[in-house]
Structures are given as structure tokens and as C-alpha cells.
Design a binder for this molecule. Sequence first.
Ligand code: C2E
Ligand code: CA
Ligand code: CA
Ligand code: CA
Length: 279
Amino acid sequence: AKETGKNGFQIFDEGMKHEVEEKLKIELGIRECLKNNGFELFFQPLYNTQAKRITQVEALLRVKSSALSAFNIMQIIQTAEVTGQIIDIDKWVIRSACESIQRINHYLDEPINISINISPLHIMQQDFVRNIRDIIIDTGVFPDWIELEITETSIMKSFEVNKRKLEELKRLGISIHLDDFGTGYSSLSYLNSLPIDHLKIDKSFIDAMLQSEKERKIVETIINLAHNIGLHVVAEGVEYEEQFDMLNSYNCELIQGYYISKPANFEYITRTIKQYNEE
Ligand code: C2E
Ligand code: CA
Ligand code: CA
Ligand code: CA
């Protein structure tokens, strides 16, 4: 219910009605896309400053069907988290990413990895680890090529249970990125006890680096902290040479952002990687 002052309470206003209708359209659109192959993956390279080549790509969900063309991917994912459809989306994404990395590596002299965003809701499911193991076996992908991106908030609930799930995945050869670092709890004590390999500094910190020395010090400190506990660092949303140079001087291992490449389809990204790595 929404408080409207002198009218007392009103259960539904026009804005809310619109919102409900949008949600329903998205829900139906997702159902349609899952059924009729309406989703596709884009890929965004991560540039390794030490190896001086692209060593991984992040898989990002996109819609090719007109059923969802009125909505952006954030709206679609948020709605899917509410309806529970995110589980089926996640499974589609993981399978498709496993197939894609086999295809991409087929064209490359040296194989790269793919990182896949995992929904918090999926991690909570009892069959989360089994889903991933099944897809790996099914597609025959080399597990060392697979990296999962999880957010801090998604593991903080049921910490011990989720920690065990991640440890199981690690034993399969999969590595784990902690995504959007700095936007959630950011409790440093648990970082050490989690089986993660990469810490991904959120774009908001990378943006802020352009503003002041103090903001740059924060990023430098996060990078040093991560290195001290044996983690690699990814900076996301790097758009300018200035940011790239600063991050490089702080020994940040992986750079992702429009400065290197926008997310793009299979053909474009394979060509981009070949240009960076093989010329
Ligand atoms: P994220 O995981 O933090 O992904 C990074 C987002 O930043 C992507 O937006 C990417 O296109 C964008 N980005 C990358 N470099 C730059 C840059 O230099 N500048 C700017 N302005 N943006 C940049 P996108 O693809 O719209 O995805 C948004 C969010 O949706 C993702 O945030 C992730 O949380 C979620 N998402 C995307 N694909 C999937 C998926 O397959 N599964 C799940 N569960 N979530 C996904
Ligand atoms: Ca991500
Ligand atoms: Ca991120
Ligand atoms: Ca983000």
C-alpha cells in the first residue's frame, strides 16, 4: 500500500500498475526467449598486463529476440531474480559459455578462460554444484577454462554452506572471481577464508580514480591488500588510458573495460583477441 496523505491509503496507483505490467511483459518475454533461443552471449576481453595479452573473456547476457527488446539486461535479470527464472537463465548461460569457449579456443594459438556471472539465487540452490558439474561433463569443456563470478552479498547468507560449494567447484578446476568488490559488505576477514582467486574492483572505484589522489590511494590499497592475501585483481569499467596507466603502475593484473574492448559477439571478439595476442 502507498500512503497518499489526505486520501488515506491507496492500494494501487498508476505508477505501480505500470510497473506490474512491465514485470509481466518481461516475465513472458523471458519464457519466450528460453523456449525459442532468444538469448545470446556477448563477450568482453580481460587484458593481462603481465602477460600482455588477453587471457580471459567475461560472458554477458544479451537478447536477440524482439520479445524483450524494450528492456535492458539489468531490468531483465532483476525481474528474473524475482520470478525465479534466473535459474534457467543461469543454466542456459553456463552451457552456452562452455560451448563458446571451446569454439573461441579452437581459433586461438593459446587458450583463454571464460568467466560467467552466477546469480545469488542459483548459488543458494541445493543442486547448484551438480548443475555446473553436469554441464561441464555434457559439453566436455576443460574445467580449467571456467571461472565463475559471484558477488559478496550472495555468499554472506549461509556463509559456511556456500563456502563448501565453492570449494567443491575449485576441486573441479574452476576458479572464482569476487565481483563488484567494494559495493557490498567488504568484510576483509572473510575474504581470506573464501576459496576465491580474483578480486574484481567495482567500476565505481575505477571511475572515482579520475577525481582525486585520495580515490587513487583507495584503489592502490585494495590492490595491495588483495596481493598480500594471494589474490589476483581485475579492474572493471576501465574507459581511459589514464586509468589503464595508473592501474598498470599499481600492478593490477587484469584490465577490463571499453578502453580494451566493448562486449561483442563471437566473431568480433575472436578477431579482437587474435589481434591482441597473435600480432
Ligand atoms: P557486471 O557483472 O558488473 O558486468 C559488467 C557490466 O559493465 C556489463 O554490463 C558491461 O557491459 C559493463 N561494462 C564493461 N566495461 C565497461 C566500461 O568500460 N564502461 C561502462 N560504462 N560499462 C562497462 P551489462 O552487460 O549490461 O551487465 C550488467 C549486469 O547484469 C552485470 O554486471 C551482471 O550483474 C548482470 N549480468 C550480465 N550478464 C549476466 C549473466 O549472464 N548472468 C547473470 N546472472 N547476470 C548477468
Ligand atoms: Ca561480472
Ligand atoms: Ca562487476
Ligand atoms: Ca558491476
